[in-house]
Design a binder for this molecule. Structure first.
Ligand code: HEM
Length: 413
Protein backbone atom coordinates (compact mmCIF):
# COMPACT_ATOMS: atom_id res chain seq x y z
CA UNK A 1 0.00 0.00 0.00
CA UNK A 2 2.74 2.41 0.98
CA UNK A 3 4.58 1.56 -2.21
CA UNK A 4 1.39 2.13 -4.25
CA UNK A 5 0.87 5.55 -2.65
CA UNK A 6 4.48 6.45 -3.28
CA UNK A 7 4.30 5.27 -6.88
CA UNK A 8 1.19 7.43 -7.38
CA UNK A 9 2.96 10.43 -5.82
CA UNK A 10 6.06 9.81 -7.92
CA UNK A 11 3.94 9.83 -11.09
CA UNK A 12 2.24 13.00 -9.86
CA UNK A 13 5.67 14.71 -9.96
CA UNK A 14 5.31 14.64 -13.75
CA UNK A 15 2.18 16.80 -13.59
CA UNK A 16 2.99 20.38 -14.72
CA UNK A 17 0.50 21.68 -12.12
CA UNK A 18 2.89 20.45 -9.41
CA UNK A 19 5.90 22.25 -10.88
CA UNK A 20 5.56 25.56 -8.98
CA UNK A 21 5.83 23.72 -5.64
CA UNK A 22 6.69 20.02 -5.75
CA UNK A 23 8.07 20.04 -2.21
CA UNK A 24 4.98 18.83 -0.28
CA UNK A 25 4.96 15.83 -2.63
CA UNK A 26 8.67 15.24 -2.08
CA UNK A 27 8.06 15.44 1.69
CA UNK A 28 5.39 12.72 1.55
CA UNK A 29 7.65 10.54 -0.57
CA UNK A 30 10.51 10.97 1.89
CA UNK A 31 8.38 10.27 4.94
CA UNK A 32 7.32 6.91 3.49
CA UNK A 33 10.92 5.96 2.64
CA UNK A 34 12.43 4.19 -0.35
CA UNK A 35 10.12 2.17 -2.61
CA UNK A 36 9.98 0.12 -5.78
CA UNK A 37 7.77 1.39 -8.59
CA UNK A 38 5.24 -1.43 -8.90
CA UNK A 39 7.05 -4.40 -10.40
CA UNK A 40 9.31 -2.24 -12.56
CA UNK A 41 13.11 -2.49 -12.26
CA UNK A 42 13.15 0.94 -10.63
CA UNK A 43 13.78 1.75 -6.95
CA UNK A 44 13.31 5.31 -5.68
CA UNK A 45 15.41 6.57 -2.77
CA UNK A 46 14.32 9.66 -0.87
CA UNK A 47 16.17 10.40 2.40
CA UNK A 48 19.52 12.12 2.79
CA UNK A 49 21.24 9.13 4.43
CA UNK A 50 19.98 6.68 1.76
CA UNK A 51 20.92 8.97 -1.15
CA UNK A 52 24.37 9.47 0.36
CA UNK A 53 24.78 5.71 0.81
CA UNK A 54 23.88 5.03 -2.84
CA UNK A 55 26.22 7.73 -4.13
CA UNK A 56 29.08 6.21 -2.10
CA UNK A 57 28.29 2.58 -2.96
CA UNK A 58 30.86 1.02 -5.33
CA UNK A 59 28.19 -1.48 -6.46
CA UNK A 60 26.24 1.22 -8.26
CA UNK A 61 27.21 2.38 -11.72
CA UNK A 62 26.51 5.28 -14.08
CA UNK A 63 26.73 3.04 -17.15
CA UNK A 64 23.26 3.16 -18.64
CA UNK A 65 23.85 0.10 -20.80
CA UNK A 66 23.68 -2.00 -17.59
CA UNK A 67 20.07 -0.97 -16.91
CA UNK A 68 17.26 -3.46 -17.52
CA UNK A 69 15.04 -0.54 -18.45
CA UNK A 70 16.38 2.04 -20.87
CA UNK A 71 16.07 5.62 -19.73
CA UNK A 72 14.95 8.88 -21.19
CA UNK A 73 16.22 9.76 -24.59
CA UNK A 74 19.82 8.79 -24.10
CA UNK A 75 20.52 6.34 -26.92
CA UNK A 76 22.76 3.45 -26.07
CA UNK A 77 26.12 3.84 -27.72
CA UNK A 78 26.44 1.88 -30.92
CA UNK A 79 30.08 1.04 -31.59
CA UNK A 80 29.38 0.49 -35.29
CA UNK A 81 28.47 4.15 -35.81
CA UNK A 82 30.97 6.93 -36.44
CA UNK A 83 31.48 10.00 -34.25
CA UNK A 84 29.64 12.10 -36.78
CA UNK A 85 26.56 9.92 -36.35
CA UNK A 86 26.36 9.99 -32.58
CA UNK A 87 27.95 11.43 -29.47
CA UNK A 88 29.85 8.77 -27.52
CA UNK A 89 28.84 8.58 -23.83
CA UNK A 90 30.74 11.22 -21.95
CA UNK A 91 32.59 10.45 -18.72
CA UNK A 92 29.46 11.33 -16.74
CA UNK A 93 28.20 7.95 -17.96
CA UNK A 94 31.44 6.00 -17.60
CA UNK A 95 32.82 4.03 -14.67
CA UNK A 96 36.52 3.76 -13.79
CA UNK A 97 39.06 3.37 -15.31
CA UNK A 98 37.82 5.39 -18.34
CA UNK A 99 36.04 7.85 -16.06
CA UNK A 100 39.16 8.49 -14.00
CA UNK A 101 41.38 9.00 -17.05
CA UNK A 102 39.04 11.41 -18.84
CA UNK A 103 38.02 13.38 -15.77
CA UNK A 104 41.66 13.92 -14.83
CA UNK A 105 42.36 15.51 -18.22
CA UNK A 106 39.89 18.33 -17.75
CA UNK A 107 39.85 18.66 -13.98
CA UNK A 108 42.84 21.02 -13.93
CA UNK A 109 40.79 23.63 -15.79
CA UNK A 110 38.10 23.62 -13.10
CA UNK A 111 39.93 23.77 -9.79
CA UNK A 112 38.73 26.55 -7.46
CA UNK A 113 42.05 28.37 -7.87
CA UNK A 114 41.97 28.35 -11.68
CA UNK A 115 38.29 29.24 -11.78
CA UNK A 116 38.74 32.11 -9.35
CA UNK A 117 40.86 33.87 -11.99
CA UNK A 118 37.74 34.15 -14.14
CA UNK A 119 35.96 36.43 -11.66
CA UNK A 120 36.84 39.74 -13.40
CA UNK A 121 35.68 38.43 -16.79
CA UNK A 122 32.48 36.95 -15.31
CA UNK A 123 31.73 40.28 -13.63
CA UNK A 124 32.26 42.03 -16.95
CA UNK A 125 29.85 39.65 -18.73
CA UNK A 126 27.18 40.13 -16.04
CA UNK A 127 27.58 43.91 -16.17
CA UNK A 128 27.33 43.89 -19.97
CA UNK A 129 24.09 41.89 -19.68
CA UNK A 130 22.64 44.34 -17.13
CA UNK A 131 23.80 47.40 -19.11
CA UNK A 132 21.44 46.40 -21.93
CA UNK A 133 18.44 46.98 -19.69
CA UNK A 134 19.37 50.29 -18.12
CA UNK A 135 16.59 52.06 -20.01
CA UNK A 136 14.07 49.25 -20.05
CA UNK A 137 12.33 49.15 -16.66
CA UNK A 138 11.66 45.45 -17.15
CA UNK A 139 13.42 42.25 -18.19
CA UNK A 140 12.99 38.52 -18.06
CA UNK A 141 15.29 37.39 -15.26
CA UNK A 142 15.61 33.97 -16.92
CA UNK A 143 16.03 34.57 -20.65
CA UNK A 144 17.61 38.03 -20.43
CA UNK A 145 19.66 37.65 -17.26
CA UNK A 146 20.38 34.08 -16.09
CA UNK A 147 20.50 32.42 -19.49
CA UNK A 148 23.30 34.22 -21.36
CA UNK A 149 25.99 34.02 -18.66
CA UNK A 150 26.80 30.28 -18.41
CA UNK A 151 26.82 29.68 -22.16
CA UNK A 152 29.11 32.67 -22.76
CA UNK A 153 31.51 31.51 -20.04
CA UNK A 154 31.72 27.89 -21.19
CA UNK A 155 32.06 28.92 -24.86
CA UNK A 156 34.94 31.24 -23.94
CA UNK A 157 36.61 28.51 -21.88
CA UNK A 158 36.29 25.95 -24.66
CA UNK A 159 37.28 28.45 -27.34
CA UNK A 160 33.97 28.48 -29.21
CA UNK A 161 33.64 31.61 -31.37
CA UNK A 162 31.18 34.17 -30.07
CA UNK A 163 29.03 34.05 -33.20
CA UNK A 164 28.30 30.33 -32.65
CA UNK A 165 27.02 30.76 -29.09
CA UNK A 166 23.33 30.95 -30.01
CA UNK A 167 23.55 27.73 -31.97
CA UNK A 168 25.40 25.94 -29.15
CA UNK A 169 22.89 27.23 -26.66
CA UNK A 170 20.08 25.73 -28.76
CA UNK A 171 21.74 22.29 -28.96
CA UNK A 172 22.56 22.36 -25.28
CA UNK A 173 19.00 23.18 -24.35
CA UNK A 174 17.67 20.27 -26.41
CA UNK A 175 20.29 17.79 -25.24
CA UNK A 176 19.82 18.65 -21.58
CA UNK A 177 16.63 16.58 -21.81
CA UNK A 178 18.77 13.48 -22.06
CA UNK A 179 19.83 14.15 -18.46
CA UNK A 180 16.26 13.68 -17.26
CA UNK A 181 15.38 10.07 -16.43
CA UNK A 182 11.68 11.00 -16.41
CA UNK A 183 11.75 12.66 -19.83
CA UNK A 184 10.21 9.59 -21.39
CA UNK A 185 7.19 9.72 -19.13
CA UNK A 186 6.56 13.45 -18.79
CA UNK A 187 4.06 14.06 -21.60
CA UNK A 188 4.69 17.75 -22.01
CA UNK A 189 8.47 17.38 -22.26
CA UNK A 190 8.35 14.61 -24.85
CA UNK A 191 10.74 16.00 -27.38
CA UNK A 192 10.93 14.24 -30.68
CA UNK A 193 13.72 11.62 -30.26
CA UNK A 194 14.73 12.20 -33.89
CA UNK A 195 15.18 15.91 -33.11
CA UNK A 196 17.40 15.06 -30.14
CA UNK A 197 19.44 12.63 -32.18
CA UNK A 198 19.87 15.27 -34.86
CA UNK A 199 20.99 17.82 -32.26
CA UNK A 200 23.55 15.31 -30.92
CA UNK A 201 24.87 14.68 -34.41
CA UNK A 202 25.03 18.36 -35.31
CA UNK A 203 26.84 19.15 -32.09
CA UNK A 204 29.44 16.45 -32.67
CA UNK A 205 29.94 17.58 -36.29
CA UNK A 206 30.35 21.14 -34.99
CA UNK A 207 33.05 20.08 -32.52
CA UNK A 208 34.72 17.95 -35.22
CA UNK A 209 35.11 21.04 -37.40
CA UNK A 210 36.18 23.28 -34.54
CA UNK A 211 38.77 20.67 -33.53
CA UNK A 212 40.24 20.74 -37.03
CA UNK A 213 40.49 24.53 -36.88
CA UNK A 214 42.07 24.54 -33.41
CA UNK A 215 44.50 21.80 -34.37
CA UNK A 216 45.74 24.00 -37.21
CA UNK A 217 45.66 27.14 -35.10
CA UNK A 218 45.80 26.38 -31.35
CA UNK A 219 44.74 28.96 -28.78
CA UNK A 220 44.87 29.25 -24.98
CA UNK A 221 41.49 27.49 -24.72
CA UNK A 222 40.53 24.15 -23.18
CA UNK A 223 39.75 22.55 -26.54
CA UNK A 224 43.29 23.27 -27.77
CA UNK A 225 44.64 21.72 -24.55
CA UNK A 226 42.53 18.60 -25.07
CA UNK A 227 43.72 18.34 -28.68
CA UNK A 228 47.31 18.53 -27.44
CA UNK A 229 46.50 15.70 -25.00
CA UNK A 230 44.99 13.65 -27.85
CA UNK A 231 48.01 14.31 -30.02
CA UNK A 232 50.43 13.47 -27.21
CA UNK A 233 49.43 9.82 -27.04
CA UNK A 234 46.68 7.57 -25.87
CA UNK A 235 45.25 9.77 -23.12
CA UNK A 236 42.03 10.36 -24.97
CA UNK A 237 40.68 9.27 -28.32
CA UNK A 238 39.15 11.59 -30.82
CA UNK A 239 35.60 10.39 -29.99
CA UNK A 240 36.26 11.01 -26.32
CA UNK A 241 37.45 14.52 -27.06
CA UNK A 242 34.20 15.30 -28.86
CA UNK A 243 31.99 13.80 -26.14
CA UNK A 244 33.94 15.65 -23.43
CA UNK A 245 33.31 18.99 -25.18
CA UNK A 246 29.61 18.15 -25.48
CA UNK A 247 29.47 17.19 -21.78
CA UNK A 248 31.07 20.44 -20.66
CA UNK A 249 28.58 22.41 -22.69
CA UNK A 250 25.43 20.50 -21.72
CA UNK A 251 26.19 19.68 -18.06
CA UNK A 252 27.04 23.23 -17.16
CA UNK A 253 24.51 25.23 -19.09
CA UNK A 254 20.88 24.69 -18.02
CA UNK A 255 21.95 23.73 -14.50
CA UNK A 256 23.71 27.03 -13.90
CA UNK A 257 20.90 29.01 -15.54
CA UNK A 258 18.50 27.34 -13.11
CA UNK A 259 20.72 28.02 -10.11
CA UNK A 260 20.87 31.73 -10.95
CA UNK A 261 17.13 31.88 -11.71
CA UNK A 262 16.08 29.92 -8.60
CA UNK A 263 18.29 32.09 -6.40
CA UNK A 264 16.97 35.30 -7.99
CA UNK A 265 13.43 34.07 -7.34
CA UNK A 266 14.26 33.27 -3.70
CA UNK A 267 15.67 36.80 -3.25
CA UNK A 268 12.76 38.53 -4.99
CA UNK A 269 10.39 36.69 -2.67
CA UNK A 270 12.45 37.79 0.36
CA UNK A 271 13.17 41.53 0.05
CA UNK A 272 14.99 41.60 3.41
CA UNK A 273 17.41 38.95 2.14
CA UNK A 274 17.94 40.90 -1.08
CA UNK A 275 18.61 44.12 0.86
CA UNK A 276 21.06 42.29 3.13
CA UNK A 277 22.94 40.96 0.11
CA UNK A 278 23.04 44.41 -1.43
CA UNK A 279 24.58 45.78 1.75
CA UNK A 280 26.98 42.89 2.15
CA UNK A 281 28.15 40.96 -0.97
CA UNK A 282 29.74 38.32 1.27
CA UNK A 283 26.27 36.95 1.89
CA UNK A 284 26.08 35.74 -1.73
CA UNK A 285 27.90 32.50 -0.99
CA UNK A 286 25.33 31.48 1.64
CA UNK A 287 22.46 32.41 -0.71
CA UNK A 288 23.96 30.25 -3.46
CA UNK A 289 24.48 27.24 -1.16
CA UNK A 290 21.00 27.56 0.31
CA UNK A 291 19.43 27.79 -3.15
CA UNK A 292 21.30 24.63 -4.13
CA UNK A 293 19.59 22.92 -1.20
CA UNK A 294 16.22 24.64 -1.04
CA UNK A 295 15.40 24.71 -4.76
CA UNK A 296 17.99 22.41 -6.27
CA UNK A 297 18.67 22.84 -10.01
CA UNK A 298 19.08 19.05 -10.22
CA UNK A 299 16.17 17.36 -8.46
CA UNK A 300 17.01 13.73 -8.98
CA UNK A 301 19.93 11.55 -10.00
CA UNK A 302 19.92 8.09 -11.56
CA UNK A 303 22.24 5.14 -10.96
CA UNK A 304 22.19 1.54 -12.09
CA UNK A 305 22.80 -1.35 -9.69
CA UNK A 306 25.80 -3.29 -10.99
CA UNK A 307 25.16 -5.92 -8.30
CA UNK A 308 22.38 -6.94 -5.89
CA UNK A 309 22.19 -4.65 -2.86
CA UNK A 310 19.83 -3.28 -0.22
CA UNK A 311 18.95 0.39 0.26
CA UNK A 312 16.99 1.50 3.32
CA UNK A 313 15.59 -2.03 3.70
CA UNK A 314 14.54 -2.33 0.03
CA UNK A 315 16.16 -5.00 -2.14
CA UNK A 316 17.72 -3.71 -5.31
CA UNK A 317 18.54 -6.21 -8.05
CA UNK A 318 21.40 -6.03 -10.48
CA UNK A 319 20.25 -3.95 -13.48
CA UNK A 320 17.66 -1.99 -11.49
CA UNK A 321 17.57 1.72 -11.92
CA UNK A 322 18.01 3.60 -8.64
CA UNK A 323 16.53 7.09 -8.72
CA UNK A 324 17.70 9.37 -5.91
CA UNK A 325 15.26 12.16 -5.15
CA UNK A 326 17.83 14.76 -4.17
CA UNK A 327 15.09 17.38 -3.83
CA UNK A 328 13.44 15.22 -1.14
CA UNK A 329 16.76 14.56 0.61
CA UNK A 330 17.37 18.31 0.71
CA UNK A 331 14.35 18.81 2.93
CA UNK A 332 15.20 15.90 5.23
CA UNK A 333 14.70 17.22 8.81
CA UNK A 334 17.20 14.66 10.10
CA UNK A 335 19.96 16.69 8.42
CA UNK A 336 18.42 20.13 7.86
CA UNK A 337 16.52 21.54 10.86
CA UNK A 338 13.41 23.49 9.84
CA UNK A 339 14.01 22.35 6.24
CA UNK A 340 11.29 24.44 4.56
CA UNK A 341 12.91 27.67 5.75
CA UNK A 342 15.29 29.45 3.34
CA UNK A 343 18.28 30.10 5.57
CA UNK A 344 21.55 31.14 3.89
CA UNK A 345 23.38 30.82 7.21
CA UNK A 346 22.67 27.14 7.77
CA UNK A 347 25.22 24.33 7.80
CA UNK A 348 24.62 23.01 4.31
CA UNK A 349 25.41 19.42 3.44
CA UNK A 350 23.36 19.44 0.24
CA UNK A 351 23.83 16.93 -2.57
CA UNK A 352 23.10 19.35 -5.42
CA UNK A 353 26.46 18.66 -7.08
CA UNK A 354 26.35 14.94 -6.32
CA UNK A 355 28.94 13.13 -4.23
CA UNK A 356 31.92 10.85 -4.76
CA UNK A 357 33.65 10.05 -8.04
CA UNK A 358 31.19 11.97 -10.23
CA UNK A 359 30.96 15.05 -7.99
CA UNK A 360 30.26 17.97 -10.30
CA UNK A 361 33.45 19.06 -11.96
CA UNK A 362 32.01 22.48 -12.67
CA UNK A 363 30.91 23.23 -9.09
CA UNK A 364 33.51 25.98 -8.48
CA UNK A 365 32.57 27.63 -11.78
CA UNK A 366 28.81 27.39 -11.17
CA UNK A 367 29.25 28.80 -7.66
CA UNK A 368 31.33 31.69 -8.94
CA UNK A 369 28.96 32.56 -11.79
CA UNK A 370 25.96 32.48 -9.45
CA UNK A 371 27.73 34.49 -6.75
CA UNK A 372 28.74 37.25 -9.19
CA UNK A 373 25.33 37.30 -10.94
CA UNK A 374 23.41 37.62 -7.67
CA UNK A 375 25.72 40.21 -6.21
CA UNK A 376 25.52 42.43 -9.28
CA UNK A 377 21.76 41.93 -9.50
CA UNK A 378 21.37 43.04 -5.87
CA UNK A 379 23.69 46.00 -6.32
CA UNK A 380 22.53 47.28 -9.69
CA UNK A 381 18.83 46.50 -10.10
CA UNK A 382 16.85 49.10 -8.18
CA UNK A 383 13.57 48.05 -6.49
CA UNK A 384 13.03 44.87 -8.50
CA UNK A 385 9.58 43.28 -8.37
CA UNK A 386 8.28 39.97 -9.73
CA UNK A 387 5.32 40.54 -11.99
CA UNK A 388 4.11 36.91 -11.90
CA UNK A 389 4.45 34.70 -8.87
CA UNK A 390 4.77 31.75 -9.17
CA UNK A 391 6.57 32.03 -12.47
CA UNK A 392 6.01 29.64 -15.35
CA UNK A 393 8.32 26.66 -14.96
CA UNK A 394 10.38 24.79 -17.52
CA UNK A 395 9.04 21.43 -18.57
CA UNK A 396 11.84 19.43 -17.00
CA UNK A 397 11.10 17.41 -13.88
CA UNK A 398 14.78 16.96 -13.13
CA UNK A 399 16.40 20.24 -14.16
CA UNK A 400 14.29 22.62 -12.13
CA UNK A 401 13.91 26.31 -12.86
CA UNK A 402 11.50 28.91 -14.20
CA UNK A 403 11.14 29.29 -17.96
CA UNK A 404 10.33 32.98 -17.63
CA UNK A 405 10.46 35.42 -14.76
CA UNK A 406 9.43 38.96 -15.76
CA UNK A 407 10.83 41.52 -13.34
CA UNK A 408 9.99 45.22 -13.16
CA UNK A 409 12.44 47.65 -11.65
CA UNK A 410 12.99 51.35 -11.11
CA UNK A 411 16.41 51.46 -12.75
CA UNK A 412 19.59 49.54 -13.46
CA UNK A 413 22.46 51.46 -11.92
C1 HEM B 1 28.44 16.34 -12.82
C2 HEM B 1 25.17 19.37 -10.97
C3 HEM B 1 27.30 23.08 -13.23
C4 HEM B 1 30.26 20.00 -15.42
C5 HEM B 1 27.40 16.86 -12.10
C6 HEM B 1 26.59 16.11 -11.18
C7 HEM B 1 25.66 16.96 -10.68
C8 HEM B 1 25.89 18.25 -11.24
C9 HEM B 1 24.55 16.61 -9.70
C10 HEM B 1 26.76 14.64 -10.80
C11 HEM B 1 25.89 13.76 -11.62
C12 HEM B 1 25.94 12.34 -11.17
O1 HEM B 1 26.65 11.99 -10.21
O2 HEM B 1 25.23 11.54 -11.78
C13 HEM B 1 25.46 20.63 -11.43
C14 HEM B 1 24.77 21.82 -11.02
C15 HEM B 1 25.38 22.86 -11.66
C16 HEM B 1 26.44 22.32 -12.46
C17 HEM B 1 23.59 21.85 -10.05
C18 HEM B 1 25.06 24.31 -11.59
C19 HEM B 1 24.44 24.89 -10.63
C20 HEM B 1 28.32 22.59 -13.98
C21 HEM B 1 29.24 23.36 -14.77
C22 HEM B 1 30.04 22.48 -15.42
C23 HEM B 1 29.66 21.15 -15.00
C24 HEM B 1 29.24 24.89 -14.86
C25 HEM B 1 31.19 22.71 -16.37
C26 HEM B 1 31.35 23.63 -17.16
C27 HEM B 1 30.01 18.76 -14.90
C28 HEM B 1 30.70 17.58 -15.33
C29 HEM B 1 30.17 16.52 -14.60
C30 HEM B 1 29.15 17.08 -13.72
C31 HEM B 1 31.81 17.50 -16.36
C32 HEM B 1 30.56 15.05 -14.69
C33 HEM B 1 31.51 14.72 -13.58
C34 HEM B 1 31.89 13.27 -13.59
O3 HEM B 1 31.15 12.43 -14.11
O4 HEM B 1 32.98 12.98 -13.07
N1 HEM B 1 26.98 18.17 -12.11
N2 HEM B 1 26.46 20.96 -12.30
N3 HEM B 1 28.62 21.26 -14.13
N4 HEM B 1 29.09 18.44 -13.94
FE1 HEM B 1 27.85 19.71 -13.05
Amino acid sequence: MTSEQSTADYIRLLDPAVRPDPYPLFARLRERGPFRIGTAPVVVVTGHADCTAVLRDPRVSVDRSLAKLQLGFMPIYDATKTTAEQVKPSFLFLDPPDHTRLRRLVSKAFTPRVVQRLEPRITEIVDDILDKYSAAGTFDAVTDFAYPLPVTVICELLGVPLEDEAQLSHWSSLLSRTLDPTSRQAPESRADPAELERAGTELSVYFERLTERRRADPGPDLLSQLIAAEDAGDMLTHDELISTCALLLVAGHETTVNLIANATLALLRRPAELAALRANPERAQGVVEETLRFDSPVQLMPRIAADDLTVGGISVDRGDLVVMLIAAAHRDPAVFPDPDRFDPARDNRHLAFGLGAHFCLGAPLARLEARVALTRFAQRVEVPRLTTDPPVYREHVNLRGPAHMPVEFAAVL
